[in-house]
Design a protein around this ligand. Structure first.
Ligand code: CP
Ligand code: NVA
Length: 308
C-alpha cells in the first residue's frame, strides 16, 4: 500500500519533486488550452475547508478539480467547527472515509499538521498564518515561463514578512535563487527559516532595510499586503514601518530594466504597490493569478499519483 503524501510546505517535497511538478504544471496548462486536460482525478472526491476569505485559491482549486475530472465540496468554519464541535483528529479520520484528499485554508499551521497526521488521504495547505506553498508553486511557474528558467533569478521581496515570504524562504532552501528581502527591522522573517536557507547552501539570501539598495539588478519585484488576514488591526503600525518599501515607478526604475512585478493578490493599490505599477506593462500579476489554476492541478495530480 503506497504511503500518502501531503503538501503542507514547500519543504515536504524534494528539489527534484518540485521541479518535476513545475514541468507537470506546464504540460497540464498546454493540454488544458488544447482542450485535452487529462482526467487524472476522475471518480475522486475532494473536500476544501476555508476558515479565511479567498478568491483565487477557492475558485482555482474548484476549477482545477473539475477540469481534472474530480468532484469537490467546499466547507466553511460554520459547517463543523473543527477543534470545537469535535477534535481535529476525528475530523481527519471521518473525512478520510469519504474523501480522496483534503484541502485547507486556516489560521494555525499546527492544526494543518495535526489534520495531516491523522488523515489517511493527502492534505494540501491552501494557506496558514505560517505558509502559502501553493501560491509559491504558481509564482515559480510564472517566473519559469517569463524568464525561461527559475534558477538564480534575482527576486526582491519587499514589505511585510509573512506566510508568503516564509514560503519564498522555503523555495530558496530547495531551488537556487538570488533572494533579497527588503523589510523593516521590526518585520523580519523568522530566524530559523533564514538559517534553513543558509544551511541548504543553494541560494544567495540577503536582507535589506533600504529598498533602493535591495532592488539593484533585481529581475522580479514582489510584494504582498502589509497586514495579512487575521492581523488587519496592525495596518496603521505597518504603514509607519513599511512605507519606504512600496513598489512604485521610482523604485522600479532602480531595478533591472527588464524586471517584472509580482503580487500574490489581493492588493491594496497605493499602499504596498502603486496603481500605476500594478496596472503598468511590467506587471504580471494576472498571469500569476491564472497560474494558480495550472499549478494547483499539478499539485493535486501529483498527490493522487503518489496514492496509486
Ligand atoms: N493569492 C491568494 O491566495 O488569493 P486568495 O486569498 O484570494 O485565495
Ligand atoms: N499574506 C496574505 C496572503 C493572501 C493571499 C494573507 O495571509 O492575507
Amino acid at each position: 500500500m503506497p504511503q500518502k503524501r501531503d503538501f503542507i510546505s514547500i519543504m515536504d517535497w524534494s528539489s527534484e519533486e518540485l521541479i518535476n511538478n513545475l514541468e507537470l504544471a506546464l504540460e497540464l496548462k498546454k493540454k488544458t488550452r488544447e482542450g485535452q486536460c487529462p482526467k487524472e482525478l476522475e471518480g475522486r472526491s475532494y473536500g476544501m475547508i476555508f476558515h479565511k476569505d479567498s478568491l483565487r485559491t477557492r475558485v482555482s482549486c474548484e476549477v482545477a478539480i473539475f477540469q481534472l475530472g474530480g468532484h469537490v465540496l467546499t466547507m466553511s468554519e460554520k459547517d463543523f467547527q473543527m477543534g470545537k464541535r469535535e477534535s481535529v483528529k476525528d475530523v481527519a479520520k471521518v473525512l478520510s472515509r469519504y474523501l480522496d484528499g483534503i484541502l485547507i485554508r486556516t489560521f494555525s499551521h499546527q492544526v494543518v499538521l495535526e489534520l495531516a497526521e491523522h488523515a489517511e488521504v493527502p492534505v494540501c495547505n491552501l494557506l496558514t498564518d505560517f505558509n502559502h506553498p501553493c501560491q509559491l508553486m504558481a509564482d515559480a511557474l510564472t517566473i519559469l515561463e517569463k524568464f525561461g528558467r527559475l534558477e538564480n533569478i534575482k527576486v526582491c521581496y519587499l514589505g511585510d514578512c509573512n506566510n508568503v515570504t516564509n514560503s519564498w524562504l522555503n523555495l530558496a532552501s530547495r531551488i537556487p535563487l538570488d533572494l533579497r528581502i527588503a523589510t523593516s527591522k521590526e518585520t523580519l522573517p523568522p530566524e530559523h527559516l533564514v538559517k534553513q536557507v543558509q544551511d541548504a547552501g543553494l541560494s544567495k539570501l540577503s536582507i535589506y532595510h533600504e529598498a533602493a539598495e535591495a532592488v539593484q539588478d533585481a529581475q522580479v519585484l514582489y510584494t504582498d499586503v502589509w497586514a495579512s488576514m487575521g492581523e488587519k488591526e496592525k495596518i496603521k503600525e505597518r504603514e509607519q514601518l513599511l512605507f519606504g518599501f512600496q513598489i512604485n515607478r521610482d523604485l522600479l526604475n532602480l531595478s533591472n530594466p527588464d524586471s517584472l512585478v509580482m503580487h500574490c493578490l489581493p492588493a491594496n493599490r497605493e499602499r504596498e504597490i502603486t496603481a500605476e505599477v500594478m496596472d503598468g506593462p511590467r506587471s504580471i500579476v494576472y498571469d500569476q493569478a491564472e497560474n494558480r489554476l495550472h499549478a494547483q492541478k499539478a499539485i493535486l495530480a501529483q498527490l493522487e499519483r503518489w496514492r496509486n
